[in-house]
Write a protein that binds this ligand. Sequence first.
Ligand SMILES: C[S@@+](CC[C@H](N)C(=O)[O-])C[C@H]1O[C@@H](n2cnc3c(N)ncnc32)[C@H](O)[C@@H]1O
Length: 380
Amino acid sequence: MSTKIPPEALSAVSETMLMTLYSHAVESRYPDALIRDPRAEELVARIDYDFATHQLNPTNQAATCVRLRQFDRFAQAFLAAHPDGVVVHIGCGLDTRFDRVDNGQATWYDLDLPPVIELRRKLLDETPRYKMIAASALDLAWLDVVDGHPGKAFLFIAEGVFMYFPDAEMRRLVLALRARFPGAELVFDVASPLIVRLQNLNLARLKADFRMRWSLRSYDALEGWAPGIQCLEMWYYTSVKESIPRLGKLQRLFHLVPLFGKGMVILHYRMDRSLAPMEEQPMKNKSTAWGYAIAALAGAVVGGLAVALATRLIPKVMGQMMDKMMADFPRRMMTRMQAEGRDPAEMCQQMMARMQAEGRDPAEMCRQMMAKGCTQKPKE
Ligand SMILES: C[S@@+](CC[C@H](N)C(=O)[O-])C[C@H]1O[C@@H](n2cnc3c(N)ncnc32)[C@H](O)[C@@H]1O
């Protein structure tokens, strides 16, 4: 009887890979499975870990597999275009993408932190086309390990990983990939700042000792990091056209509320350094920044005018209009009553009675009316 292998010395972030692995294994057993992953089922059976203690939320489980399926599609599309290409799977965890998408020609590297790769090595074998790298993606020495395939196309793929990296490290990594592997493609997922904040609230509620750190306000933002970086595709949960019953209300929510529907994205970039240098090439993000600056300035001017109008001009004009109306009021009333053959004095009396009832001074009103030509004094 073979003994089970315990995961050892995993960080809290690394431990999350066990749940994604379990999600993939569970998915495989559904008759309408979004993905088939018999290797994940096999690994779950061989790891000494109580997967069942984590109650899998069925909607989250399905959402994880929709994301996984899309990552697989990006990898398959790359290999269809470059059958002998090189794929580097950053933060691979225990995912078995190589088994799911291998075309028999590609070279594949699975990279993760040393404790993860140690566990992987106990479970899976390397081959001439399949290698594992035990390193932090942020320690760029690993670039030397994969850089030995002249003329081959490169895909760097990272699922559920980059959101844990600080922004400065993300920039360093992307710029290093661009410098070292011109023309390489990069596929990764990221969330909006709002979703990251919500996820972090949830992690705090669960008392997890890690947080998400990286988010993107604008998903083509990497284009502004250096010339030649180009966003080729953005995939959202709302890009899924078919109805996935196991996503249930979540799928409807994604379609109804874009803040959620587009709050998470898989981005497909190409990094090329052979394009024009930054000064010569109008940068999308630079112009966006200028656009924001001009819009902010215009907003400030319009806002200032609006405040000035509201606080000064409008009361002044309204006051003048009211004064004119009040000054004209008795004369206009008298003209109209005379035209209608009514007695203005009667009207004065009625008004006096109402003003007295309201505690106002009728004499003032009468003086105004007489000054405007009301010759008849009100009867006592
Ligand atoms: C949520 S898991 C995702 C695993 C896998 N991509 C999947 O979808 O099943 C996050 C992974 O990122 C890895 N990771 C975290 N920091 C890393 C780093 N600095 N370098 C490489 N991998 C890292 C963790 O070890 C873990 O395997």
